[in-house]
Design a protein around this ligand. Structure first.
Ligand SMILES: Nc1nc2c(ncn2[C@@H]2O[C@H](COP(=O)(O)OP(=O)(O)OP(=O)(O)O)[C@@H](O)[C@H]2O)c(=O)[nH]1
Length: 390
């Protein structure tokens, strides 16, 4: 090859290398980067405009992510099952048990002298059993122990158990009647329960605990805060309701007409399709006529919406004879259908169960056995008597 040929080949190679490099660079630029940097992404999606007749494209704002919630969602409490509560809380009756223990020890002495019987009488009266039931029980025990003629502890215990049970009366109807009824208009009515009693007996607390009893049994409940005398009572009830998801009808005005609140509560219960409406009241014992007027009016206006199925009287078991006098005044003001004995834990005056039932002729339906939210138990005579003798 000549020198000229070698020079021509070298020029061609250089030209080919330059052209190839330029082509490679251009091709890369045309394809561009495969992903856009975040700032190039539009915050909106633009929907395609409709084919005809549309004037402007539809712009849809992207869904904003929900801001993190600052108010915690309240978790509803599931109240404890109702069955067996009295057994669970039996240890709380320990102080009431002193009556049974004292009676057993005296009766087991055998061949009882008059001063032994006086001791028995004193024990029963101190436990607030009441004069009539005390005399009745002593007469029966005198006869039975004479017939039995033994000091055998188990047999004496059996006699005492039988007689105490008869006094407490297991035949009384202790069911809380909350079955909904069909009214004259053919519509289902909620069962309404009016709760009455003196301030401080544990009335508002009992309404809250009763709501939990009903919720535990799958009822739909509405509460009425008709204790408009003490503003804190409505707040207290609202807290009870909120814990188990039960609505509370109340008035924001202190001293509002309690009958109006009770009426609204039953109305709300009907509209919401609730099974039960529980109404708390103030029940101040200013005088009997005033109390009768107030409770009578509340009951009347509630009845316009649905018949009042139960009127529960809340009594503080620790107040003894004083509590009995209050019970009589309330019973004269309104027809009581059941008694709730509160604070039966920590009192040796369990005999009030017998006295109050005898006096009013209505059964104890529930007993309060502590300050816990589920420390309210349906009253069971056998459990009660066994606790007295344990
Ligand atoms: N130990 C015990 N305390 C109870 C029981 N029931 C209620 N209490 C307490 O009794 C106190 C008074 O209860 P409230 O429910 O506020 O009484 P109230 O009768 O509604 O009083 P007002 O709202 O003023 O009408 C509270 O401290 C309750 O916790 C019970 O069965 N045992």
């Amino acid at each position: 090859m000549t020198d000229q040929a070698w020079i021509l080949i070298a020029v061609l190679v250089v030209v080919l290398v330059v052209v190839g490099a330029v082509a490679l660079t251009t091709g890369r630029r045309r394809r561009g980067p495969t992903t856009l940097p975040p700032e190039d992404v539009s915050p909106y999606e633009v929907d395609q405009p409709p084919a005809a007749g549309a004037s402007a494209p539809v712009v849809t704002a992207p869904e904003e992510p929900a801001p993190p919630s600052t108010t915690p969602v309240p978790t509803l409490e599931r109240p404890e099952p109702v069955a067996g509560r009295m057994q669970r809380l039996r240890a709380r009756l320990a102080r009431s048990g002193t009556i049974g223990q004292t009676l057993l020890s005296i009766l087991s002495r055998g061949d009882l002298a008059e001063n032994d019987w006086e001791e028995i009488e004193e024990t029963l009266l101190l436990a607030d059993v009441g004069v009539g039931p005390t005399t009745e029980l002593m007469d029966k025990l005198r006869t039975e122990t004479k017939v039995l003629g033994t000091t055998d502890a188990a047999q004496v215990r059996e006699v005492l158990r039988r007689e105490l049970l008869e006094l407490v009366d297991p035949t009384m109807d202790r069911v809380l009647h909350v079955e909904p009824a069909i009214g004259d208009d053919g519509e289902p009515h909620p069962a309404t329960v009016l709760v009455v009693g003196v301030n401080g007996t544990g009335k508002t607390t009992t309404v809250g605990k009763l709501a939990r009893v009903l919720v535990a049994e799958d009822h739909d409940v509405v509460l009425g805060a008709a204790d408009t005398f003490r503003a804190a009572a409505a707040d207290q009830l609202s807290t009870w309701g909120a814990r188990v998801g039960v609505p509370v009808v109340r008035s924001e005005r202190e001293g509002a007409d309690p009958a109006a609140v009770a009426f609204d509560a039953v109305k709300e219960g009907r509209e919401a399709g609730a099974d039960v409406v529980l109404v708390d009241t103030a029940g101040r014992l200013q005088n009997k006529a005033g109390l009768m007027d107030e409770l009578g009016k509340i009951k009347r206006v509630m009845s316009r919406q649905a018949p009042v199925r139960e009127v529960l009287l809340v009594l503080d078991a620790t107040t003894g004879q004083n509590g009995m006098r209050q019970a009589e005044v309330f019973a004269q003001a309104v027809d009581i259908t059941g008694i709730v004995l509160t604070k039966l834990d920590g009192t040796a005056k369990g005999g009030i169960v017998v006295a109050v039932q005898r006096e009013l002729g209505v059964p104890v339906k529930f007993v309060g056995l502590g300050e816990g939210p589920d420390d309210l138990a349906p009253f069971e005579p056998e459990e009660f008597v066994d606790a007295l003798l344990s």
